[in-house]
Design a protein around this ligand. Structure first.
Ligand SMILES: Nc1ncnc2c1ncn2[C@@H]1O[C@H](COP(=O)(O)OP(=O)(O)OP(=O)(O)O)[C@@H](O)[C@H]1O
Ligand SMILES: [Mg+2]
Length: 237
């Protein structure tokens, strides 16, 4: 099984949700891999994979072809991939990414890829991230903010997937890092509940669940397990 994890934008919670997914599948005894095609602001190993390694015991990085956690491009400048690559005189190669994905897939029962930013992020001035997702026909899960502003962003992401016939496995609504007073407004329970309903009704894409903001990753594991309990039965996987 393969799954691309995108977000409605940067910092929305893709890595957090990917770590919960990895924890869920690994605990079920499935051989689980996570690949990060491009990370920026990371000269060495991708921070996002380090977060997963820290929080999901048993997933290893830096062990060659059998590493559960693998990155393809790690770029230093914290910017869109196309610009970070240009700064380093690197050209991000779609062929290299596609080859790297296919090679890693051979070794894992479940391979997830965490995107960079959102779907329409440029990898070069000609190629967008979504172009590769389309070419590989990867079923995609969208991570979106739970509160105010998410309907538009989420429906736009679903629309982009639809236009390219990329199957959408569902949406996870994730609570954001707002100061408490702002969270009370932006993530008012009436808003969050209605966001889930409106997005599902208008798009027909399932809202898999809503994740609360937690103090530590461990406190989200049970919610993750219940949100993802039926994911493997999704008709698009
Ligand atoms: N539900 C949550 N509870 C607590 N902390 C969270 C939650 N979701 C995300 N975070 C934290 O918020 C920050 C941003 O989340 P995350 O790194 O997962 O976003 P991202 O979409 O992967 O960002 P990027 O585009 O940089 O890859 C991180 O510090 C993450 O650990
Ligand atoms: Mg991330």
């Amino acid at each position: 099984m393969e799954l691309f994890i995108t977000g409605t934008g940067t910092g929305v919670g893709k890595t957090f949700v990917t770590a919960l997914l990895a924890h869920h599948f690994h605990e079920k005894g499935m051989k689980t891999g996570v690949q990060k095609w491009v990370s920026t602001g990371n000269p060495g190993f991708a921070d996002d994979l380090a977060f997963i390694a820290k929080n999901v015991p048993g997933l290893e990085q830096n062990k060659g072809i059998n590493s559960n956690l693998q990155s393809i491009y790690c770029l230093e400048f914290p910017a869109s991939p196309h610009l970070a690559a240009e700064k380093q005189k690197v050209v991000i190669s779609s062929e290299k990414i596609i080859h790297g994905f296919k090679e890693m897939k051979e070794h894992f029962q479940i391979l997830m890829v965490e995107g960079a930013g959102g779907l329409m992020v440029p990898l070069t001035r000609e190629t967008l991230l979504i172009d590769i997702v389309e070419e590989l026909k990867l079923p995609t899960l969208i991570v979106a903010a739970a509160g105010l502003g998410t309907i538009n962003h989420t429906l736009l992401s679903i629309e982009a997937l639809r236009q390219r016939k990329i199957p959408c496995a569902g949406v996870v609504l994730n609570s954001q890092e707002y100061p408490p007073a702002v969270a009370n407004e932006m993530e008012h329970p009436d808003i969050v509940r209605d966001n889930a309903r409106v997005i599902e009704d208008i798009s027909g894409v399932p809202i898999l669940g809503v994740l609360d903001r937690v103090k530590t990753f461990d406190k989200a594991i049970d919610s993750g397990n219940s949100i993802f309990s039926n994911l493997l039965h999704s008709p698009v996987l």
